[in-house]
Ligand binder design. Structure first.
Ligand code: RAM
Length: 525
């Protein structure tokens, strides 16, 4: 998705064919596995659940062979867990010779709500074409059906819209040919003695696995695309789990291959029909190219990649510096210039200052590795200038928090990012994180993505026990509410929250939510 209607037809992009061919050479092999549904289920309203619905089993899926379906009838099957793949079945006519086509409608749900509530009432602002459904007309029966689009589901609803009074339908051999580029299962958790953390780790792994396709997709239901902010977190989890570092490398080369004419890396890329950079640019996402590259180099010591991609990384720093005002603070504006979190009222200025300083530090490590003395000098002096400016312009001694924007907004995001940037000394940062927990600001965090940075900030100041508690509270409550994979959006106090105007369009397997596995494994939580 992209916020607002940006019409940048005059924008020009560059294509680096050498980088594109490196990326093509790293195309992963997709792994397929056929799975069958476990049960036929019904959906039941449950006001205690965040999405309002649960399912109850009615019969084993094997019973479908004995069941006949006529117009107006429907079944819902449950595959037992979240899957990504291609759906197929065999459809037979029973009765008189079929004297009319059979019209079937398929609806795919990552969660019960998507097969329980009608898509016809959808009023969100993202295109309804993301809602997973398909109409199928079968002229000849029996038919072996394989739906052409890749779907993402645990539940499949099949409605018989029309046949003729002279025949009914029997559905057999329902299956999903699942697909992922994850080629092995990561090692089991050995150190943990907490069943909830183990469960959270498992759900994290399935989330990442189902997002690992030809690139690290943000969500296999929506947007099915390569976003830089998401990639950075997926890569961190991948290093601790699947270890498919070439997939990270591929994604880095893709971003570097198609940049805006001045070298700015786009916030996201489309893969088909060709690699296309989106005309959405976000300051934090462009800068995360630097952070993602540094994390990758730190793990792999892949010096060739470092030398080839360092100029792209450095360019992001140069371009971001153009946004720094004379007071040493990144300029604010009304448009969608930085992401940080899905929050309508969140001011992005102070958190973006934090992101920039954080990425400058990453850039310094890269510049040292490539022995780029001139860049090192610039970076060191910019880190000092931006940190000083953050304390001078953004810190509010009376309130005990950093403020953001002309309205002096106090948000979680500002504190978290300026802590991650290392602004202030260690004692200052630790007490700021304690204050944040004790006096929660009004502007909260809406996504597991922002929660990731909150946990990271807690760990950065040594508050490990607190980080564990927060992980259990937040991701644990998704698990307790039946998540097979972690959700794109989750606000326990506002469970139906969607920045897109409808919970039906939210993604329920979203890679930026899978980072507990990174924390649990890296920090031995
Ligand atoms: C959402 C995408 C993606 C995120 C962007 C900013 O629409 O799904 O995960 O990076 O927003």
């Amino acid at each position: 998705m992209s916020q607002g209607m940006q019409k940048n037809i005059e924008l020009r992009f560059t294509r680096n064919n050498a980088f594109l061919s490196t990326a093509t050479g790293l195309l992963p092999t997709l792994q397929y596995r056929c799975v069958e549904p476990l049960n036929v289920v019904e959906t039941v309203c449950d006001a205690n659940l965040p999405l309002g619905w649960k399912t109850l089993p009615l019969a084993p899926a094997t019973s479908l062979g004995q069941r006949l379906l006529g117009p107006g009838e429907e079944i819902i099957v449950d595959f037992g867990t979240h899957c990504v793949g291609y759906f197929g079945l065999r459809c037979e006519a029973v009765g008189s010779p079929p004297d009319a086509p059979a019209h079937l409608k398929f609806t795919f749900g990552e969660t019960p709500v998507e097969v329980a509530e009608s898509f016809e009432n959808y009023t969100g602002w993202l295109s309804s074409s993301w809602l997973q459904q398909e109409d199928l007309y079968l002229d000849v029966l029996p038919a072996e059906v394989r739906l052409p689009r890749r779907y993402c589901c645990r539940y499949v609803k099949i409605q018989v819209i029309s046949t003729s009074p002279k025949f009914s339908l029997r559905l057999r051999d329902l299956h999903l040919n699942t697909v992922t580029s994850a080629s092995s299962e990561p090692a089991m958790l050995m150190h943990s003695s907490c069943p909830l953390l183990e469960k959270i780790d498992r759900v994290s792994l399935l989330t990442l696995k189902n997002c690992m396709q030809e690139v690290f997709e943000d969500g296999p239901k929506r947007d099915r695309r390569l976003w830089l902010g998401d990639l950075r977190l997926q890569a961190l989890v991948n290093y601790q789990t699947f270890g498919q570092n070439d997939l990270v490398k591929r994604c880095l080369y893709l971003f570097a291959a198609v940049t805006r004419e001045d070298g700015l890396v786009s916030a996201n890329l489309f893969m088909k029909p060709d690699i296309i950079a989106d005309d959405t640019f976000l300051l934090d996402y462009s800068l995360f190219f630097v952070a993602t590259l540094e994390d990758y180099i730190d793990v792999t010591h892949d010096l060739q990649t470092l030398h080839e991609l360092w100029p792209t990384a450095w360019r992001q720093i140069e371009l971001a510096l153009e946004r720094i005002g004379s007071n040493g603070i990144v300029r604010d504006s009304e448009d969608w210039w930085a992401f940080i979190d899905w929050h309508e009222s969140l001011n992005k200025q102070a958190p973006s200052q934090g992101v920039f300083i954080y990425c400058l530090k990453k850039a310094l490590r890269l510049a040292e590795r490539v022995a780029d003395k001139q860049s090192q000098q610039i970076i060191v002096s910019e880190i000092t200038r931006l940190k000083k400016a953050a304390m001078k312009e953004l810190w509010n001694e009376e309130k005990g928090f950093f403020t953001s924007g002309s309205q002096l907004q106090i948000s979680y995001a500002s504190q978290v990012w300026l802590v991650l940037a290392g602004v202030g000394d260690a004692l200052f940062r630790a007490s700021l994180m304690r204050r944040l927990l004790a006096e929660p600001p009004e502007i909260k965090m809406n996504t597991p993505y922002m929660m990731h940075h909150f946990i990271d900030a807690l760990l950065s100041v040594g508050q490990k026990e607190c980080a564990i508690e927060e992980i259990k509270k937040y991701w644990g409550s998704m698990v307790k509410n039946g998540a097979d994979t972690f959700w794109e959006l989750y606000d326990p106090s506002h469970p139906e929250f969607s920045p897109y105007g409808s919970k039906l369009i939210n993604s329920y397997c979203h890679a930026w939510s899978c980072t507990p596995a990174y924390f649990i494994r890296k920090y031995q939580l």
